[in-house]
Design a protein around this ligand. Structure first.
Ligand SMILES: [Zn+2]
Length: 473
């Protein structure tokens, strides 16, 4: 067997946090797969300002190197920028008429349902199967249903194939084993890829300090069972700096504040951070407040709530979780149905009610925080708890400074309480020392050279790849 059977090429996720697109080509098994196919927030921020400017075509995204230039990788049959209304309707029923060309890769494996890991599967040739966790599929579908259909949100007609921890995925002769890890979203996985040149391990995004740290421990144990990884593709979000904190600490701090605070509390956290949602719910219960969610938050947390094996509050039966009626002129179908259902249970509030009895609520916000604050017009003296990374979190493209200006205008103060979804440097060191990979490729970090130097004592051979460059195993 040739010694140049396996090539790893990174098309995103190097020298940036997120946008992972890692191509593994194994000629020993005649197979090519992508690990993740995420949206790069870094490139997106450089060229667009959502929601005012968005990508117009797939070709445009190729031109700005947001996605790789590989022929037949992208959809022809389900190109939303060329679709008629009738075609869109057909796609919703899973039907498309035009033929897709033969794709250049055999599969895409998605580690978890954060946009910087799965976002741009929306652009892909519909003949490519997309493997993702059962819970991740639920989240992707809920997000699609609550978004306006465009180039970046068109997950229609994709061939989703779901897995769970320990599944054996076989693509041609290549076997891949997903193992769950703990991250700030349920249904996150790392992968053990049994290539013809030995085991490649991909961490996806992971941490060791969350509620479910045992999941990451399971991932590590499974690697140890299999022996030394030939190569570890490892996330390094917090290579340069981090704060040592965990979810219990977040709960303690928020709880301390809420116990004595006699005005409205606004909680800003990521729309897919189910752990943080549970933390705020617990604090709300302890302090006799009710938790107010936007319709979109409620819808997406409900989808996560349905994930198997998740220790979850049942949203449906929790009378202390309310939904905000945004009192818009037009509602989407899913939103109208949700509000009708919740109204029958007397679990709907509006901005006026929240404003007038602020001390009774924790008002939750995620993506559209500035709009929410403007519509709520919070009373002076309300408290804003920022519970995401600062100033940008993974999925939020807001101007932090503008938010601060609005809080100043309304007479609010902000406190920052957060525990990261990513492993800190000490956790990564320990992981590297224990799993002892022969080589490491850092991804999901702005500082790959710092990664190389800082962890050199644990792993001698750190391979720093630039965008579009390859490593031959
Ligand atoms: Zn993530």
């Amino acid at each position: 067997m040739s010694s140049k059977n396996v090539t790893i090429t990174v098309f995103g996720g190097v020298e940036e946090i997120g946008g992972n697109k890692i191509l593994i080509a194994d000629s020993g098994y005649d197979v090519k797969i992508f690990l993740d196919f995420g949206k790069s927030f870094e490139i997106s921020r450089r060229y667009y300002e959502s929601p005012f400017t968005r990508p117009s075509t797939i070709q445009e995204l190729i031109s700005i190197e947001s996605v790789p230039d590989i022929s037949n990788l992208y959809t022809v049959a389900c190109d939303i920028t060329k679709a008629t209304r009738e075609e869109r309707e057909n796609w919703k029923n899973g039907k498309y008429s035009e033929e897709e060309p033969e794709p250049p890769v055999d599969a895409v494996l998605v580690s978890h349902a954060h946009l910087d890991h799965y976002g741009y599967v929306s652009l892909l040739n519909r003949k490519i199967p997309i493997y993702l966790g059962e819970c991740a599929e639920k989240i992707v579908k809920a997000r699609m249903e609550t978004s306006t259909l465009n180039l970046e949100t068109n997950y229609l007609c994709l061939d989703f194939k779901t897995f769970h921890s320990g599944s054996k995925i076989k693509i041609n002769g290549l076997e891949i084993e997903p193992i769950h890890v703990d991250h700030s979203i349920p249904g996150a996985y790392g992968f053990l890829v049994y290539s013809s040149e030995g085991m490649i391990v991909y961490t996806g995004d992971f941490r060791m300090h969350g509620h479910a740290s045992q999941l990451t421990q399971d991932f590590k144990d499974r690697i140890l069972d299999e022996g030394t990884p030939e190569i570890l593709i490892c996330e390094g979000t917090h290579t340069d700096k981090s704060i040592i904190s965990d979810e219990n600490e977040v709960r303690r701090k928020v709880s301390q504040v809420a116990e004595t605070y006699e005005d409205l509390i606004i909680a800003d956290f990521n729309i897919t951070d189910f752990d943080r949602f549970r933390t705020f719910l617990r604090v709300a219960r302890e302090t006799m407040r009710k938790l107010v969610l936007s319709t979109k938050q409620y819808f997406i947390f409900s989808a996560m709530n349905a994930c198997k094996g998740l220790e979850t509050p049942c949203l449906d039966k929790s009378n202390d979780i309310l939904v905000l009626d945004p009192q818009k002129k037009r509602y989407s179908v899913w939103e109208r149905k949700l509000l009708e259902k919740m109204r029958r249970k007397d679990r709907v509030v509006n901005y006026d009610e929240v404003r007038s009895k602020g001390e009774e609520y924790i008002f939750c916000t995620s993506i559209d925080s500035i709009t929410q604050v403007k519509q709520l017009k919070p009373p002076e003296g309300s408290l804003y708890i920022l519970s995401t990374s600062e100033p940008f979190n993974e999925e939020k493209e807001l101007s932090f400074e503008k938010l601060l200006n609005w809080l100043e205008f309304y007479g609010l103060s902000m406190i920052h309480v957060h525990a990261s979804g990513h492993a800190g440097p000490l956790e990564i060191r320990k992981f590297l020392k224990e799993t002892r990979p022969k080589k490491v490729i850092p991804v999901h970090t702005e500082k790959p050279m710092q990664f190389k130097r800082y962890y050199r004592k644990c792993v001698k051979d750190v391979v720093v790849l630039r965008q579009g460059h390859s490593y031959v195993l």
